[in-house]
Design a protein around this ligand. Structure first.
Ligand SMILES: [Zn+2]
Length: 304
């Protein structure tokens, strides 16, 4: 199963000549999820040859322009590409009126059905589920209501050992049941215990998107053992005061969060345009959490 995240925008409010405002595309088993949709997101999708028509769910962390300004353009382009079916938007309630008003204002009749889901500010909430994946939202602490998102694979099936299939002559229709934990009963009625037939499943993988927020260690317990943590790091730690005033985090705090979560890998982003050289941010985070990467447009992070 493919599980990866493409960075489409890594800048905070003010874009730079080579950094776009926030957007991530998550691919889980060829299902595509867009998180935030800053200005330029549709161009970034095209430039990186990502399948924009396959996006069924869009999650918007909060209603600041640098996370939303690309949405109307994205939706109207989707419609021009003759996208049909449903597109689901998960965002704070006020966005619904803005979307409807804007589409009406520009006389845009979308070819597809836009389905709106209001995010909750009350704790950890499941917002999406399929056979293999669950997505949760959880409130962050910013100047306006803001949510982080956790993508977590469901527990996987046991692995059926190749050597036992022949040995016990296990028919095709029985294999799935064994992978789900059943013992095997052969034609003579002999019971072969499941533990003789299977190996433990691969661990479920997870990815969390945490922006925009002040440092909130409380959430670490919900993100325990996260495989990939994306955490905003708008400022360097020298600017901690500014980070607090604007309800943002520093690179040091992002690294502290990764450590608290026992994360495998940290990607920092949402950089303030004041830093032309981001190596300062990378260095201060890596001093606390060595496996830290800077978010860069067009880069794909594989979760494994
Ligand atoms: Zn922002």
């Amino acid at each position: 199963v493919n599980f990866n995240v493409s960075i489409l925008g890594s800048s905070s409010a003010l874009p730079t000549s080579n950094r776009y405002p926030t957007a991530h595309l998550v691919n889980h088993d060829e299902r595509f999820f867009l998180i935030d949709c800053g200005e330029g997101t549709q161009m970034q999708l095209r430039k990186n040859h990502l399948p924009m028509s396959k996006i069924n769910h869009i999650f918007i962390s909060h209603l600041h322009g640098d996370h939303v300004f690309g949405l109307i353009g994205f939706l109207s382009s989707l419609s021009m590409l003759n996208r049909a079916g449903e597109v689901h938007i998960h965002a704070h309630q006020p966005l619904e009126k803005y979307l409807n008003d804007s589409l009406k204002f520009f006389d845009s009749n979308l070819n597809f059905k836009l389905v709106f889901h209001a995010l909750s500010d009350k704790g950890f909430t499941m917002v999406y589920e399929d056979k293999k994946l669950e997505i949760f939202s959880f409130p962050l602490l910013h100047r306006i209501p803001c949510c982080g998102f956790l993508f977590r694979e469901k527990p996987k099936l046991l692995n059926l050992r190749k050597d036992v299939i022949e040995k016990y002559d296990i028919p095709n229709h029985y294999r799935q049941r064994i992978k789900m934990g059943e013992d095997f009963v052969n034609v003579n009625g002999d019971i072969i215990k499941n533990e003789l037939l299977t190996l433990p499943p691969a661990a479920p993988l997870s990815y969390a998107f945490v922006t925009d927020t002040i440092y909130k260690p409380y959430w670490a317990k919900f993100l325990a053992d996260i495989d990939l943590l994306y955490h905003e790091s708008t400022f360097a730690h020298d600017d901690l005061k500014l980070a607090r005033q604007t309800f943002h985090s520093t690179a040091v705090q992002a690294a502290q969060m990764a450590k608290l979560c026992n994360a495998k890998k940290l990607v920092i982003g949402h950089f303030s345009a004041r830093y032309s050289d981001l190596s300062v941010l990378q260095a201060e985070a890596a001093a606390i959490f060595p496996n830290t990467y800077l978010a860069n447009e067009g880069e794909k992070h594989v979760i494994n």
